[in-house]
Design a protein around this ligand. Structure first.
Ligand code: AMP
Length: 221
């Protein structure tokens, strides 16, 4: 299975992707996470990506395609993969197709999550994460018991620079202009495009995801 998770920032791709990885054992390849890791490690890629990310802009396609190529090579041709946050432009989608042809694979499906803009803004700007144990919180919907402190391990929570309100607006605009057109791209390239309503509690979105995968591919996750 090669499944793409597509949707605006804050719609819950990361949550659904992590749950799919946990229950189905598929590998979640999240380019945002890989870039943040590269920044933490101070690699060349991390340094190049930093300014783009902090402004809510897309990191150049060639850097992203090189990163994904390396990861796909590491995983090998038989891995079941969920792509989260990639592709984000038509150039990336075409680059991915070219990479997959080399290993005789193709994209099986695209799971599209959507939610209204005001919900997304609240979800993203309220997001906090634990740098130690990766636990996620939201100051509006799922606040930690003590403000700024992780319930699970006591570390100080992070508010991502690109989750600040000014940058969130840029990220949503970039999504509408550059990434949303990919839905059409995949419809035209006969991948199965599955639409799931992301404007519901997480467990209901998960049910929607499972039903969509069962109906489209006959897989139980
Ligand atoms: P995310 O965690 O997926 O929201 O990604 C955070 C940031 O990383 C984005 O706002 C971009 O700056 C960068 N990024 C992640 N994935 C990509 C991608 N496929 N193409 C370009 N930039 C990306």
């Amino acid at each position: 299975m090669m499944l793409i998770l597509l949707g605006p920032p804050g719609v819950g791709k990361g949550t659904q992707g992590a749950r799919l990885a946990d229950t189905a054992g598929w590998v979640r390849l999240g380019t945002g996470d890989l870039l943040r890791e590269a920044r933490r490690d101070g690699t060349e890629l991390g340094k190049k990506a930093q300014a783009y990310m902090d402004q809510g802009k897309l990191v150049p396609d060639e850097l992203i395609l090189a990163l994904v190529r390396r990861k796909l090579d590491e995983l090998g041709p038989d891995a079941e993969i969920i792509l989260d946050g990639f592709p984000r432009t038509v150039v990336q989608a075409e680059g991915l197709d070219a990479l997959l042809v080399e290993s005789g694979r193709s994209v099986d499906g695209v799971l599209v999550l959507e939610a209204p803009e005001e919900v997304l803004v609240k979800r993203i700007s309220g997001r906090r994460s634990c740098p130690e144990c990766q636990a996620l919180y939201n100051v509006y919907f799922d606040a930690p018991a003590t403000e700024g402190i992780c319930d699970a391990c006591g570390a100080s929570l992070l508010h991502r620079k690109d989750d600040q309100p000014g940058t969130v607006k840029n990220r949503l605009e970039v999504y509408r202009e550059q990434t949303e057109p990919l839905i059409r791209h995949y419809e035209d390239h006969s991948a199965k495009v599955l639409q799931v309503d992301g404007d519901r509690p997480m467990d209901e979105v998960w049910t929607g995801t499972r039903v969509a995968l069962r109906e489209a591919f006959g897989v139980e996750v």
